[in-house]
Design a binder for this molecule. Structure first.
Ligand SMILES: C[S@@+](CC[C@H](N)C(=O)[O-])C[C@H]1O[C@@H](n2cnc3c(N)ncnc32)[C@H](O)[C@@H]1O
Length: 449
């Protein structure tokens, strides 16, 4: 298989997908030359296998949500070879959808941007505790500890991932901050400020969702944030129709992801609400995953010979086909992927609001100037006294301006109505807010600052 002409495979898969007839399958089948089909199938069936065929040993997966079944299913897919995954994932081995802030960004940049975006959506603050369910090779856990100062408990069921993750933690000097364990998510103990689960929910299985969300409820502190990131299928007219498996997804769950099942976004949100979460934000990333899978596919193809010597021809081919098929499925909208931000429900203000200022003015970083009704901007000293830092000094200045920019008119009007600022200051705040928004739009995602 090593001499297999790699480029021709690329052409086969993506060209075939692009040329797929727009007619319905039945009409397409009718139009085929039956003789040609039979001759082709016969030739294909009689092709020599080229050696032992390991796929026949693969039985139907057990997906009862038990720790043992979960471990067996996960290890089939992930404990293939760390070197194999390193041939086609990004440099941090992130195995989930990247975020392409710019279409031309490479996979390394897209994954780093994704990691940072998750940390910001979770509003991570130094010293907080984060549970990373299904941590893969530890990319997000290490990033969050390094850049946001949180203490992370990371769990995976894949032994090789845990070994790699532990080495990475030590290499980065993060042993005090990040703990990685081979552990089923359902057995995690303790309470966490934040919980994140990226690309893991697909392994849980629909019937095990109540246990899954029950676990997150159990370990999340009241008001704590939960970021959920998972591949989905579109909803069908009813649950029975949704659960009916098409041949391609049966193939995928048998040979690539045993025990896996996809949810639809409506059910994810309903399950969260039923399980005691408040949903704050749902964001579709379908096109980003189409692009991510295409990058992975092309990288695996470019390293095909090395991949074959690492995992053998059958697995290398299956993974190549699965990555191409997923890229096409995301492009066609038969697969989706959503990030959903939720919190453990509580009465009163949303847990998702920015760090609570005591007033609108303070959210701009303004302080009373000692004169009663006036306010000073940061850097502006009042009455010759040392200016005390704003109460929420850890909120970067740009972020304060940016949040305000989202609804700057409303906030500015509120400030004026409160008598905090005069007309000129109001105009300058609004312009500062707008320039904050422009800065952020240039650098990435205004919605999640
Ligand atoms: C697609 S990978 C995503 C890894 C990582 N979050 C990322 O984005 O790179 C899925 C991860 O979920 C983990 N996983 C699946 N089922 C699990 C379970 N029941 N308990 C703990 N981890 C699980 C796998 O071991 C794997 O690390």
């Amino acid at each position: 298989m090593g001499g297999w002409p790699a480029r021709s495979t690329e052409w086969h898969i993506f060209d075939l997908a692009a040329r797929r007839p727009k007619v319905r399958t039945k009409a397409f089948l009718k139009s085929l030359d039956k003789g040609l089909v039979l001759r082709t199938v016969a030739r294909f069936a009689l092709l020599p296998r080229g050696g032992p065929w390991p796929l026949e040993g693969i039985g139907a997966a057990v997906a009862d949500g038990s720790v043992d079944a979960n471990a067996e299913n996960v290890q089939y897919h992930y404990d293939v070879s760390n070197k194999f995954y390193a041939l086609w994932l990004d440099r941090e081995l992130v195995y989930s959808c990247g975020y392409f802030a710019n279409c031309d960004n490479d996979i390394d940049r897209a994954q780093q941007d994704k990691l940072d975006m998750i940390c910001r959506k979770l509003r991570l603050q130094p010293g907080e505790t984060l549970l990373d369910i299904g941590c893969g090779w530890g990319a997000l856990s290490c990033y969050a500890a390094q850049h946001y100062g949180v203490n992370v408990h990371a769990v995976t069921l894949a032994k090789q991932q845990a070994v790699y993750g532990q080495e990475k933690i030590e290499r980065l000097g993060l042993s005090e901050r990040v703990k990685i364990e081979i552990r089923d998510y359902s057995t995690v103990e303790g309470m966490f400020d934040k919980v994140v689960s990226v690309g893991m929910y697909e392994h849980v299985g629909i019937r095990n969702y109540p246990k899954y969300y029950g676990t997150i409820q159990r370990v999340l502190k009241p008001g704590g944030l939960y970021l959920h990131h998972a591949i989905t299928r579109p909803a069908k007219r009813d649950d029975r129709a949704f659960r009916r498996k098409r041949p391609e997804s049966a193939l995928l769950t048998k040979y690539i992801f045993p025990g896996a099942e996809l949810d639809h976004p409506g059910n994810t949100v309903a399950m969260m609400e039923r399980s005691g979460f408040e949903v704050h934000d749902v964001e579709g990333w379908r096109e980003h995953y189409q692009r991510t899978c295409r990058h992975w596919h092309d990288r695996l193809l470019a390293n095909y010979i090395a991949a074959v010597s690492e995992v053998g021809p059958a697995k290398a081919r299956m993974w190549l086909l699965y990555l191409a098929a997923c890229s096409v499925a995301f492009e066609r909208n038969t697969l989706g992927v959503y990030q959903t931000l939720a919190s453990k429900r509580r009465r009163g203000p949303s847990a998702c609001r920015r760090p609570a200022p005591t007033s609108i003015a303070e959210s701009f970083g303004l302080r009373p100037n000692g004169g009663g009704r006036g306010w000073a901007t940061p850097g502006q000293d009042e009455g010759g006294t040392e200016a005390s830092p704003p109460r929420h000094a850890h909120v970067p200045r740009e972020r304060g301006a940016l949040v305000a920019a989202v609804d700057d008119e409303i906030v500015a009007l509120g400030l004026a109505a409160d008598g905090f600022v005069d007309g000129a200051s109001r105009r300058s705040l609004a312009s500062e807010a707008r320039s904050g928004l422009r800065r952020s739009a240039a650098s990435s995602w205004p919605r999640h600052m």
